[in-house]
Design a binder for this molecule. Sequence first.
Ligand code: BDP
Length: 335
Amino acid sequence: MKAMRAIRAEISLALRAGAIAAAALLPWAASPSVAQEWRGWNIHAGDYPNGRGMDRFGELVAQRTNNRIRMRTYHSAQLGQQDEAIQQMRLGSIDFGNFNLSPFNNLAPSTNVVTLPFLFRNVAHSHAAIDGVAGEEIAKDLEAIGIIALAWYDGGARSMYTTRPVRTPADLRGMKIRVQTSDLWIDLVRALGANPTPLPFGEVFTSLQSGVIDGAENNFPSYESTRHFEVARFYSTTEHSNVPEVLAVSRQRWQRLNEAERNILRDAARESATFQRQLWAEREQVSRQRVIAGGATVIEITDRTPWSQLMEPVYAKYAATPRLAGMVQAIRALP
Ligand code: BDP
C-alpha cells in the first residue's frame, strides 16, 4: 500500500512538473493563433515624428503577423516618465518603446559615446555611425540590461535654450540648466560653467515657469512641441549633441518570439526608422518656423570652437576605456 502511494505521489509530482514546464513554454509563440497586445511607451505626442514612426511599426507588424501581434503605443508619457519606463521595459511590463539614448548612459557604457558633444559632423555622419559600428556596440550593451534595440531614430541636434540670451559659454555661467538623467550630461553642463539640474522631461515647462531652472537643451521639435519656447525665449544654436534614439523591445518579450517573428519586427522597425527620419527632417524646419512665429529669438552660433574646446574633460572621462575610445576613433574615421 505504502509503495503504491509513493508511486502515485511521484506520478502526480511528475505531472505537475510537466505542467509547469509546458506553461513556461506556452507563451503564444507555441500557439500562434493567440493574439498578443503589446504596450508601447512614447514620451511625445502622437503626431510627433517618433510617435508616427512607432504607429507605423505597429501597423507593419500587425499586417505581417496577421494581427497576432497588435501593438498599441501609449503616447504623451501616459505610461510614465523616461526612467520609470526604462525600468518597466527591463521588467517586461512595457513591451516596446522609443527612447533617447542619454537616459541609458549610466546603464550601458557605449551609449555615452554617441552622446559625446560635438562628435558628429552632420546628420549623415550620425546616421552612418549609429547604423553601423556604434549601433552594434550599443545594441550589445542594451541587450545586457534587458532591452533589444531594433532600429535607430533621428534624435536631432540639441541646443541650449534659456530665459536670458546666451551667445558664449560665459553667458551661460551660473545658469541652472535642466539635463536628462545622465552623469555625462551633468559633467557636460558643468564644463560649460553652468549648474546642471536633472529633471524628467515632463517637469521642464513648470520648472522654467517657476524659475527652478533658467534653461534646458533640446532640438527644435521638442522645444516647440512642449511649448518650452513660451517660457525660455532664447534658443542658441549650439548644436552640442546629436544623441540618437532607439526603437526597442523588452527582452522578456523578445525571448518568446521565434526567428520568423523576430525578422518581421526587425524589418518593420527599420522601415519605421526610415519613415521617422523623413518626418524628422521636415519637422525640424516646421518647428523652427513655429517658435520664431511664436516670439522666440533664435541666436545663431556660427563659431562653436569656444564651446567645443571646453569639452576635453568630458571626453577624458566618458571615452576613457580602450573600447569606448576605439568607438570614438572609428566614428571620427567614418567618411
Ligand atoms: C527629446 C527626446 C526624448 C527625451 C527628451 C528629453 O526625444 O526622448 O526624453 O528629449 O530631453 O528630444 O528628456
